[in-house]
Design a protein around this ligand. Structure first.
Ligand code: FE2
Ligand code: FE2
Length: 240
């Protein structure tokens, strides 16, 4: 079988994915500890632990793909970044809410259509294996966020947590846009078939997926819980 050559761009992207998956492992582990400390239900705690082990498997599989692409570098991750930040002057539930919405209701929710797009033309076996597994798991990770969020809103601190989300939602949307659709990305629409086969996507595509997720996922899902995602998306966080 003819091998698909891997470009430097392929190696850089897969190494970045190793780092991102490893960071997701740490973040989920930390959030799960917070859930234990906050007395969340065993179901939520078990889900958190399961996701943590998924993320470690994603990091491992991504590293195999990086090696299959000829990569031999090491991930660059500072230890200090492998943890969540606690705002000590506020109840723990505030920080749990921030991570729940920012990482799971927003990040893991858009991850589902993103990985589905990345997987479309991915034919290199090791890369395809990662994307198959990640896509399957991300659905559960997304659902975890949307299960945890109603639990938080029903908590005795629910009204304060709701106000916090109203306040900070614009900045979380801005963060996801800065990660996946930074200024200028919309003009970079070209990608080689070989890079697509290795599971990469043109930068311009990320912004399209994000905008579609706003209409298909965030507006209805946040709407059912009483939040206006479209308004938050259009709000400049500096003026919120
Ligand atoms: Fe992952
Ligand atoms: Fe995930």
């Amino acid at each position: 079988m003819k091998r698909t050559p891997a470009s430097d761009r392929v190696r850089a992207e897969w190494l970045r994915r190793v780092e991102a998956e490893y960071r997701s492992t740490a973040i989920t582990q930390h959030l799960t500890l917070w859930l234990i400390q906050a007395g969340a239900s065993p179901d939520l705690i078990k889900l958190g632990m399961r996701i943590c082990s998924d993320e470690l498997a994603h990091a491992d599989l991504s590293h195999r793909t990086y090696a299959a692409a000829g990569g031999d570098g090491m991930p660059q991750i500072t230890r200090e970044s492998l943890q969540l930040r606690r705002h000590e002057d506020e109840p723990l539930e505030y920080d749990i809410t921030r991570v729940c919405v920012d990482v799971f209701c927003i990040g893991e929710t858009v991850a589902v259509p993103l990985f589905s797009k990345l997987r479309e033309d991915c034919t290199v076996p090791s890369a395809r294996k990662v994307l198959d597994r990640v896509l399957r798991d991300e659905v559960r990770h997304r659902d975890f966020g949307w299960t945890l969020l109603p639990w938080l809103l029903e908590h005795p601190l629910g009204p304060q947590l709701r106000a916090l989300i109203e306040r900070e939602l614009p900045s979380w949307f801005r963060r996801i846009r800065s990660v996946y659709a930074p200024p200028g990305a919309e003009t970079r629409a070209v990608i080689s078939p070989a890079d697509r086969a290795w599971g990469l996507m043109a930068p311009a595509k990320y912004g399209e997926v994000l905008r579609r997720a706003l209409e298909r996922d965030w507006v209805p899902r946040f709407g059912r819980l009483g939040f206006d995602a479209r308004k938050a998306w259009a709000t400049d966080p500096a003026s919120a």
